[in-house]
Design a protein. Structure first.
Lengths: 143, 143
């Protein structure tokens, strides 16, 4: 039984971000990869959509410039033959401010021949924005 | 081949919200259900954690008081024997303001004997807050 593509990809991604060693990751990205992290690109220019291996490797370099991953917990995971979805909690440091950031996200990934073909990430972005700002945003109750 | 619990649950949930007919939904919720929609509860009091069938039915009533679902697209879905995860896009109306809201979310669900045992929902909450406010929130670029 071979290891699921998700585990190899996750190790390579974290190595690319924390150790700035992108070689393993590059070998696990399909040339035609379709990538999207939904969120406010005004504040986080490395969010948004990317297409193709070069664009994805560049955005991973940008992510590595801005965060360090301390810990992640995979709270839920579903694995298919060539697909995977997880709900995760990350403990990060924002490198520009040295602020600790706690992040909840869900991702859906598809693989082809062991390489990442598609990634979609949904983040609890309001919570993230407040942490990155270092203050809460006043909200009216809509009820 | 029986229908997956997710489809029956999704129909009942949408019926409870849009038609205020909670009977089907009530039959599909485990007594010990564990429920969480992550997001700013100051603005959306029906977000947050709930435990047990009565609390979940009450929060579904609150959701029905505040939104109507016009359309949803399931962009990704993964099904296990007693579990499911989807990435979805919803078109809603906020009933208090009559504003259209477009929402992206990911959910992870677990079922027991066909009833919902656990639900976790991650939403692109910053985008949601801006739409509910009807204006954009100025953000500095962190780069």
């Amino acid at each position: 039984m071979t290891e699921h593509s998700l585990w190899r990809f996750a190790r390579a991604l974290h190595r690319a971000i924390n150790e700035r060693q992108p070689e393993d990751l590059e070998a696990l990205i399909d040339d035609d990869v379709d990538w999207a992290i939904y969120g406010p690109i005004d504040m986080f220019p490395f969010f948004g959509a990317r297409r193709g291996k070069a664009a994805v490797m560049e955005v991973c370099r940008q992510i590595a410039d801005h965060i360090r991953v301390h810990r992640f917990d995979r709270e839920s995971v579903m694995l298919g033959v060539d697909s995977a979805a997880s709900m995760m909690r990350y403990s990060l440091t924002a490198l520009n401010s040295n602020k600790p950031i706690s992040l909840r996200l869900a991702h859906f990934a598809q693989f082809r021949a062991g390489r990442l073909l598609s990634l979609r990430v949904v983040i609890d972005t309001f919570d993230l924005v407040e942490q990155a700002l270092g203050r809460s945003i006043h909200l009216p109750q809509i009820a």
